[in-house]
Design a binder for this molecule. Structure first.
Ligand code: BTN
Length: 369
């Protein structure tokens, strides 16, 4: 394993930023006080859940009590519950289990040397930063995990929000000799790796929703954003970003306008380092297969996890039109196959939902099923 020391607060934007989540995670507002390096130092002192007085915190940090108050003022914005108890001081509502490179690497098995782990406290987006690092020559296998993202990005230009310590947000860089076209099915291969990892940890109900959402009983628990760059003839690279709900804060759930759940609720171990280690191990295995033979060998496994397999669904295309048909698997390039009245059709982008019985929706090229 290669370990890299990273400045914990790098490229953090303090600009006002408010966005509403239509995916999952907290709606964060950074228009007030934002987390700083001092916030994280104070949090680490408090992270075992024991109370500490403002005076003790101030002494340990070498700052005034007012500075401690200021550093902690942003916590409600990032999904961290801070209790202030008369006579005892500050205490966290729940202990924080910090990401730790050594603890993650203990779970990497035969792939301990595959990854270069980088863990940061806060970053705008792990995908954005890792893409920048890739341009500067970062090696295949670099993993960037963040305790908090301030501008997390979801698919199709949406915003991805998550609270501090309540999620797993990370990106992995892979370089390929093949051209960018070869990588078309990589996002789905990543989905297979994620399902294998979570099932190996006991979450047997984890399923995939095309293209690459992870769901439990139709509630979203994780999503991936795979960004590809390169020449047609190669080489190429991919940054695969993964956001997993680990322990959703109640305030977070209230703000999300889609059905969501989190890994702890679904029975995952309460250990983010183990979780990340297992996920990376399984991702490394599927990417080895993909690198050698593409998505083909993983395709039927992906289909076995598909929550909509054989079901009647509606696909909303990027231009807003709707297509209806029966989900008929995926192609070797990761396209969704849809059996419509006019024949088998392939989709490379869009949002899939189960067809509501009796739904009178605008459709194109498909008759009622
Ligand atoms: C989606 O479901 O729309 C995909 C969400 C992907 C979110 C992850 S979190 C880590 C990485 N960094 C980002 O900015 N996005 C991805």
């Amino acid at each position: 394993m290669r370990l890299t020391q990273i400045n914990p607060v790098r490229k953090y934007s303090q600009g006002a930023h408010r966005a509403r989540s239509d995916i999952l995670g907290a709606t964060l507002s950074f228009s007030k006080e934002a987390p700083t390096a001092r916030t994280f130092r104070a949090l680490r002192l408090l992270s075992d859940g024991e109370a500490l007085s403002g005076e003790n915190l101030a002494r340990s940090l070498g700052v005034s009590r007012a500075s401690v108050r200021k550093a902690l003022a942003c916590l409600e914005n990032v999904g961290v519950e801070l209790l202030s108890e008369r006579g005892r001081g500050y205490r966290l509502g729940a202990p924080i289990d910090w990401l730790d490179r050594a603890a993650i690497s203990r779970h990497l098995g035969e792939h301990a040397e595959t990854f270069e782990l980088r863990v940061v406290d806060v970053v705008e987006s792990t995908n954005t930063m890792l893409l920048e690092d890739a341009v500067s020559g970062a090696a295949s296998g670099v993993v960037l995990a963040a305790e908090l993202q301030t501008r997390g990005r979801g698919r199709r230009g949406r915003v991805w929000h998550s609270g501090l310590g309540g999620a797993l947000t990370f990106s992995v860089l892979w370089r390929f000799e093949q051209g960018a076209g070869f990588l078309a099915g990589l996002g789905l291969a990543v989905g297979v790796g994620l399902v294998r990892a979570l099932r190996s940890l006991g979450l047997q109900d984890i399923m995939l929703k095309w293209p690459n959402d992870l769901v439990v009983r139709h509630r979203k628990v994780a999503g991936t954003l795979v960004e590809i760059h390169g020449d047609v003839l190669g080489p190429s690279l991919a940054v695969a970003g993964v956001g997993m709900n680990f322990r959703l804060h109640p305030s977070t759930r209230e703000r999300v306008d889609q059905a969501v759940t989190d890994l702890v609720t679904e029975g995952a171990p309460h250990d983010r380092n183990r979780l990340l280690g297992e996920v990376l191990l399984h991702l490394a295995r599927v990417v080895d297969v993909f690198r050698a033979r593409g998505f083909g060998p993983l395709r039927s496994e992906w289909e076995s996890y598909h929550v909509h397999a054989g079901r009647r669904v509606i696909v909303r295309l990027p231009d807003g039109t709707l297509e209806e048909g029966a989900a008929a698997g995926v192609g070797e390039d990761g396209a969704l196959l849809l059996q419509t009245r006019t024949g088998l059709r392939r989709f490379h982008s869009g949002e899939v939902s189960l067809r509501a019985v009796g739904a009178g929706q605008r459709r194109r090229g498909a008759a009622a099923f």
